[in-house]
Design a protein around this ligand. Structure first.
Ligand code: DGT
Ligand code: CA
Ligand code: CA
Ligand code: ZN
Length: 574
């Protein structure tokens, strides 16, 4: 427990108390303590060991006891109790300029808003202006505040960037004369976050494309607009750069603007070795004549290379692999035959088992493992032994209805408790087709403890898959401080699978960890973790992360048929 963590906990407690309209002095006590701990200048743990907590300004008996509890157990009951009373998204609203605890509470209590995204929707729909103490002007200020917050937090999560780009490309593709339209930059490489959006269009006449782009409803402000490039800022505060170029130069342009910069620098070096110079416009020979490349394949071929998938273009060994003709045959979305984690209304999902199965089937999947949360997580309607028994009957009924076109497997997302034990008894787990284990609480425990919990779960003979190992939420919550190397080693030894959670805010394992897992021969699973029917579309982000980690179809369990997956479980249990 370092100073920063303890300070953050106290400051969050102050926020929650403020939203609850608690006594001012109590709120200020937590705030002052948080500030003084953050500014302490020496490890709080040392002060605690020396028994001198109460010498810190603002720390009296009560707060000293709380720090003591945190240091000894890694947890704080009072904090957990408070957190359970106010949704995380409501606390997050306090980061919005001009939204204080009183307003956050108002939005939550009056309109049931529990996230910044929901708040934005409500503001756009004009639902905030009629609340007590609000008005059209203050509603507008909330929207501006959200945009400012997004600009400040900087990088855009992949899922948000993807949606925006699809929405922008659609009308551009309809402009007469447009031959090609595609994302470039970090989005095409499917990085987990994207700085700004880079779009490329091939057309002989740029102006109609630029004109259409400037008039899109997403545009808040045109930053610059010329014959080759237009930059805009969206209402959400995201910058989008559009470049339009002649179709004959598409290959060099899309290659250049896809990046990464590091990858491009290596390519330019290879070109120079061959007496060529590579730019976004063309490849130039020493005598000044140009080689125009209409496709990316031609660019790579001119440098003596096979085409390299964008997800690999980070200068992490892909150039060497390409030169030696040993690029991996990367997994593709169409390789997935099933999904081994989705939720239903039996826990915190929003659709029935049948609806979810049909949605998965509609996306070409052949099987799915239903994994509702076990009780311990404290989500509404978690499953215990009795619910799992009743759910089994529903699974059989759904499978009968689907008549062999799709198979639902019986599973659970069982909570790994703070002490590493599981939330359901072994005999209940033994009844299920596959078991997914996950750590959702106590992510702030020390490195050794969190790692030991994950490894204990992996070694439990009933567990098949460890879900989202770090528990991070990109841009919102750091993952646990966990020894991924040790977790992967344990999985390799036990023959268990590790999840790549496809939710674009998780992508957990991340690309770098996937790469290590592949090296160690760990079996991977790409799971949607769907909570609603449309969430099965998120699988693309999981597959992209697998590709960024150099994974092939053979590395990923759910590229196999349902029989092969069940055989994988059985052979381990022999
Ligand atoms: P981002 O926006 O921070 O997520 O990352 P990128 O990769 O999209 O970078 P961005 O938007 O600055 O530039 C898009 C691509 O343009 C980049 O991936 C490679 C290319 N590029 C930009 N600046 C340079 C440069 O100075 N040298 C080279 N070789 N390529 C560049
Ligand atoms: Ca970019
Ligand atoms: Ca850019
Ligand atoms: Zn859930």
């Amino acid at each position: 427990m370092d100073n920063r963590t303890v300070a953050a906990i106290f400051s969050e407690m102050a926020d929650i108390l403020a939203i609850q309209g608690e006594n001012y002095h109590r709120i200020m006590a937590y705030r002052r303590a948080a500030e003084n701990i953050a500014a302490l200048g020496r490890p709080l743990e040392e002060v605690w060991r020396a028994g001198e907590l109460e010498t810190i300004p603002g720390i009296g008996k009560t707060l000293a006891a709380k720090i003591d509890e945190l240091m000894r157990t890694g947890r704080l009951q009072a904090y957990e109790k408070l957190k359970a009373q106010v949704p995380e998204g409501v606390v997050a609203m306090l980061q919005i300029p001009d939204v204080g605890p009183r307003k956050a509470a108002l939005f939550w209590k009056e309109l049931g808003i529990t996230s910044i995204d929901e708040l934005e929707k409500a503001a756009r729909a004009g639902k905030l202006r009629d609340l007590p103490g609000m008005g059209v002007r203050s509603e507008q200020k909330v929207l501006e505040g959200i945009q400012a917050l997004r600009r400040r937090t900087g990088r855009i999560p992949l899922g948000v960037a993807w949606e925006l780009v699809q929405a922008v490309l659609l009308p551009l593709r309809e402009v007469p004369g447009v031959v090609q339209a595609a994302p470039a930059g970090s989005l095409r490489r499917m990085r987990e976050t994207v700085g700004d959006l880079d779009l490329l269009v091939a057309a002989e006449d740029p102006e109609p494309v630029m004109a259409r782009f400037r008039e899109l409803p997403q545009v808040a402000e045109v930053l610059l607009s010329g014959p080759t490039k237009t930059s805009i800022r969206t209402h959400d505060g995201f910058q989008v750069d559009l470049r339009v170029l002649e179709p004959a130069r598409w290959g060099t342009a899309i290659q250049y603007f896809t990046g990464s910069k590091a990858h491009n620098i290596r390519l330019r070096g290879l070109a120079l070795d061959r007496g060529l110079s590579l730019s976004e416009y063309a490849i130039k020979r020493e005598d000044g004549t140009e080689i125009l490349c209409a496709t990316e394949e031609e660019v790579y071929a001119a440098l003596g290379l096979p085409w390299i998938p964008p997800e690999l273009r980070e200068d992490r060994g892909e150039i060497e692999a390409a030169l030696e003709r040993r690029l991996p045959d990367l997994i593709e979305l169409a390789d997935l035959q099933g999904d081994l984690q989705f939720h239903t209304t039996w826990s915190d999902g929003h659709a029935s088992l049948l609806e979810m199965a049909e949605a998965a089937r509609a996306r070409g999947l052949k099987y799915g493992l239903v994994t509702d949360h076990s009780r311990g997580l404290g989500v509404a309607r978690g499953v215990g032994p009795e619910e799992l028994r009743r759910q089994r009957a529903e699974i059989e009924e759904v499978n009968r209805k689907l008549g062999g076109t799709f198979r639902v497997l019986a599973g659970v997302e069982v909570e790994v408790r703070a002490d590493g034990s599981l939330d359901l008894p072994d005999e209940v787990l033994a009844e299920l087709d596959l078991v997914v284990a996950a750590v959702h609480s106590g992510l702030r425990q020390g490195r050794e403890q969190v790692t030991a919990r994950a490894i204990a779960a992996i070694r439990n003979p009933h567990v098949d898959i460890l879900a989202h190992p770090t528990g991070r939420l990109i841009g919102r919550r750091e993952g646990a401080d966990i020894d991924i190397e040790a977790v992967l080693q344990a999985a390799a030894e036990a023959g268990k699978a590790i999840e790549i959670n496809a939710h674009p805010l998780r992508l957990d394992l991340n690309d770098v960890h996937v790469r290590r897992a592949v090296e160690l021969g760990v079996t991977l699973v790409v799971n949607s973790d769907a909570h609603r029917p449309e969430d099965f579309d998120l699988l693309r982000f999981g597959v992209a992360t697998a590709r960024r980690g150099w994974a092939t179809g053979a590395d990923v369990l759910n590229t196999r048929s349902v029989e092969e997956v069940l055989a994988w479980v059985r052979q381990r249990n022999r």
